[in-house]
Design a protein around this ligand. Structure first.
Ligand SMILES: [Zn+2]
Length: 67
């Protein structure tokens, strides 16, 4: 029995909330980025602003600019 009694219907809680694994936001343009099977140190390019990013944290999934 798993009963989730949370306010998950609230929209607009992008930051600070729990994010699904593999889903995060670009630190540059706030565009949504979905990564399948993210790995620490994985590098990618934002589709919106073409910024080069890399995975710096997995739980929660976080991206940062490539140094
Ligand atoms: Zn971006």
């Amino acid at each position: 029995m798993s009963s989730k009694k949370g306010k998950e219907s609230e929209k607009g809680m992008i930051r600070g909330g729990q994010v699904k694994k593999g889903e995060t936001y670009c630190p540059e343009c706030d565009g949504r980025i979905i990564i399948k099977a993210p790995r620490l140190g994985q590098k990618l390019t934002c589709n919106d602003c073409r910024t080069r990013l890399q995975v710096i944290n997995l739980n929660p999934l976080e991206l940062d600019w490539v140094a």
